[in-house]
Design a protein around this ligand. Structure first.
Ligand code: AP5
Ligand code: MG
Ligand code: ZN
Length: 215
């Protein structure tokens, strides 16, 4: 099963990705998480990516496409994968198509999680993330079982640097201009499915499961 997750910042892509990945046993590949790991390890890629991410801008396609092309060649992707936050530009979508074509594979579903703009700020400012495993929590909507600790791996959870109000607004602008056109791109290929991400987390997951199939 090969799936991509589309949706504005704060739509719940990461939250749902963790649940999908565990239910369908496919790796969750988040470009944002990969960049953040590189930033914390101060790798050359991380140093470059940080410049853009801190401003809420997209990391250039050249860096992002190579990274994903390498990652999806790993053995754990043989049965499929779930891409969270990639593609984000038409150029990235074309690169993914080319990769799939060369490997005689195809994308099953482009899942767009839609959330109204006005609820996004509240989600982002209350978000806490695990810097180790990437899990997302929310102080009000999805609090961790033990305050300040990740449910999945027990590490301290933190606030993301790009979750300040100004940066979130910039990210929303960037989404509208550069990523939103991908909905049309995948609609024209008949792979687009849309879910209402404003519902409760478990209801959204049920809707997604209905689309992807029960097994
Ligand atoms: P990335 O990490 O992908 O960030 P994003 O797309 O902006 O999305 P978020 O991770 O902020 O939100 P999410 O949809 O995962 O929501 P979450 O589940 O956490 O990218 C960050 C940066 O990296 C980019 O700005 C860019 O610079 C760079 N980058 C990454 N990929 C790139 C690419 N392909 N090309 C170029 N640059 C790239 O949920 C949000 C909050 O809401 C949480 O607190 C959660 O608990 C809560 N929540 C979730 N669902 C619900 C619900 N149903 N009801 C109530 N609360 C909910
Ligand atoms: Mg995310
Ligand atoms: Zn964790």
């Amino acid at each position: 099963m090969k799936i991509i997750l589309l949706g504005p910042p704060g739509a719940g892509k990461g939250t749902q990705a963790k649940m999908i990945s565990s239910k369908y046993s496919i790796p969750h590949i988040s470009t944002g998480d990969i960049f953040r790991k590189n930033i914390s390890e101060k790798t050359p890629l991380g140093i470059k990516a940080k410049e853009y991410m801190d401003k809420g801008l997209l990391v250039p396609d050249e860096l992002t496409i190579d990274l994903v092309n390498d990652r999806v060649k790993h053995d754990d992707c043989k049965q499929g994968f779930l891409l969270d936050g990639f593609p984000r530009t038409v150029k990235q979508a074309e690169a993914l198509d080319l990769f799939l074509e060369e490997n005689h594979e195809k994308l099953d579903t482009a899942l767009l999680i839609e959330v109204p703009k006005d609820s996004i700020l509240e989600r982002m400012t209350g978000r806490r993330v695990c810097p180790v495993c990437g899990a997302s929590f929310h102080v009000k909507f999805n609090p961790p079982k033990v305050e300040g600790k990740c449910d999945l791996c027990g590490n301290d959870i933190i606030q993301r640097k790009d979750d300040s109000e100004d940066t979130v607004r910039e990210r929303l602008d960037v989404y509208e201009k550069q990523t939103q056109p991908l909905a049309e791109y995948y609609r024209s290929k008949n792979t687009l499915r849309v879910v209402d991400g404003s519902k409760d987390i478990n209801v959204v997951f049920d809707d997604i499961s209905n689309i992807l199939g029960r097994d």
